[in-house]
Write a protein that binds this ligand. Structure first.
Ligand code: LLP
Length: 465
């Protein structure tokens, strides 16, 4: 939750009657407590999910994910049609890329943004039309480019000048004309964690704004390449739309310049729209963001006297993030005296930085609730920690949980749909949990969990004697 450090509860906003509520501004839309107080996700009890599929468990509210994909798609479609052009939405697969989830996105009419050959393979396995796939990456290999071109990928987002000739040669050899964007580093400083900001000057992505004209001129010399437009992604988990607007305006100015020497039919503004992890987060409705961006594109094009391009977006987190919840089982509980006289309860769960590294990596903040019951006990300052051999193995840094929490209770951490399973690892030989989709009162595995055999399988020359 959103508390800052310190354990003083009396002044904290959590000390109100609803501190155990499952708030659907943070938890998925089909989450609620049943009459006994247990968490239900799409009609399935937390305890049932863990009994059937094991603990810990990634749970995805399938209807929420599908509805959110459709909502984002229709918001941008409507707003860009309003200004006389069209919008394309690519689901950014890096946020969560299971074949099944990609099928939901495909069925909602979205294209897929892939960052590697591996992600491309998943999109193809989900039967996505290759023409609706866009490939990113600051260091694409020849092999990745070759497979992308040969399957007929819709566009390749060129990320460096050296990539131009490489891709042109590959497309030429395969007898194809490959559509491309150029990723530019717009220089807009998005206000988010440093590791999540991607468009300030001193980082690895894209081509500097001032070098873009030369890059586009080079692309236009190649018959095997067709230049579609500029691409920019300013960062992730961004709430303030001013960064997107500034970036759009800088890219449109460059688009106007580039149109003096050839066609520039499209513009890709990337992803990055933030979601609520705690009650402190208050993202704008996607309809508002779409309307604001459409207005800025329309107004800037009018000022520049250019026709409005087709505009693409690549949201990941804002589609899948809130659909996910991670369920854990409580193990060891320790109470630690703090120097200020208060106490912190360390609640250890059966996962940790192997299934959610975002807290350790970015200082991410989450909301957690007791999932198997509500309690009449007092809220107490708690830290939910994992089972790994690092003191930084924290899942939720600061949360208030009931004082009578005990071994065997269940914990639900909200909004884990994006960049948790995707960044999962096997630190300490902990197996990655399964992912289950829940919908209309039933659950099904969409990615199976790992077993100890899986963990051992890649080792050579061993046997248990
Ligand atoms: N397009 C490009 C070119 C990207 O690099 C990304 C994310 C996206 C779209 C999707 O951004 P989204 O809508 O999901 O914010 N691991 C970090 C986030 C890294 C984002 C990487 N690129 C985290 O856990 O917060």
């Amino acid at each position: 939750m959103a508390a800052s450090a310190g354990s003083g509860l009396s002044s904290h906003p959590v000390a109100h009657a609803h501190w155990q509520n499952v708030d659907t501004a943070i938890y998925s839309a089909n989450s609620a407590r049943d009459s006994s107080g247990e968490l239900l996700v799409a009609g399935v009890r937390a305890s049932t999910l863990l009994a059937e599929h094991g603990s810990p468990l990634y749970v995805v509210d399938e209807q929420h994910a599908r509805d959110r994909a459709a909502q984002v798609h229709s918001a941008f479609t409507r707003e860009f049609e309003r200004i006389g052009t069209s919008a394309k939405i690519y689901y950014s697969g890096k946020a969560f890329m299971a074949v099944e989830a990609v099928k939901w996105m495909r069925e909602a009419g979205l294209g897929i943004d892939v960052a590697t050959g591996g992600e491309l393979a998943v999109a193809l396995a989900a039967k996505v039309d290759p023409g609706k796939i866009a490939m990113q990456g600051n260091n694409k290999s020849d092999a990745e480019l070759e497979i992308a071109v040969s399957v007929g990928i819709g566009s390749v987002i060129l990320d460096s000048s050296e990539e131009i000739d490489r891709l042109a040669a590959i497309a030429s050899r395969l007898g194809r004309v490959q559509k491309v964007f150029v990723r530019v580093n717009s220089g807009v400083h998005a206000s988010t964690h440093d590791f999540l900001a991607t468009s300030h000057e001193d980082q690895k992505f894209g081509i500097a704004l001032e070098d873009a004209e030369t890059a586009v001129a080079a692309i236009r010399t190649h018959q095997s390449l067709e230049f579609l437009g500029l691409h920019c992604h300013i960062g992730s988990q961004i709430f303030d739309t001013s960064g997107f607007k500034e970036s759009a305006s800088r890219l449109l100015k460059l688009t106007a310049q580039l149109r003096k020497s050839g066609a520039v039919p499209e513009l890709n503004l990337g992803g990055g729209f933030g979601i609520a992890y705690t009650s402190d987060d208050d993202p704008e409705p996607i309809e508002t963001i779409a309307a604001q961006l459409a207005d800025i594109v329309r107004d800037t094009c009018a000022e520049l006297g250019i026709g409005i391009p087709v505009v693409s977006f690549e949201p990941g987190r804002s589609i899948i993030g809130s659909a996910g919840v991670t369920l854990y089982t409580v193990g060891t509980i320790k109470r630690v005296a703090l120097t200020d006289g208060h106490e912190r309860t360390y609640v250890s769960v059966d996962g940790g930085m192997s299934d959610n590294i975002r807290t350790a990596l970015y200082g991410a903040d989450y909301t957690a609730r007791l999932a198997n019951r509500v309690s009449t006990a007092q809220p107490q300052l708690s830290r939910i920690v994992g089972k790994h051999c690092e003191s930084g193995d924290i899942v939720v840094d600061t949360e208030f949980l009931p004082a009578d929490i005990q071994r065997g209770d269940l914990i639900a951490v909200a909004a884990t749909g994006a960049y948790c399973w995707a960044l999962a690892n096997n630190y300490n030989y902990v197996a990655r949990p399964a992912v289950v989709a829940v919908r209309n009162g039933s659950s099904r595995v969409i990615v199976r969990g790992e077993t100890e055999e899986d963990l051992l399988a890649r080792n050579v020359d061993w046997s248990i004697t």
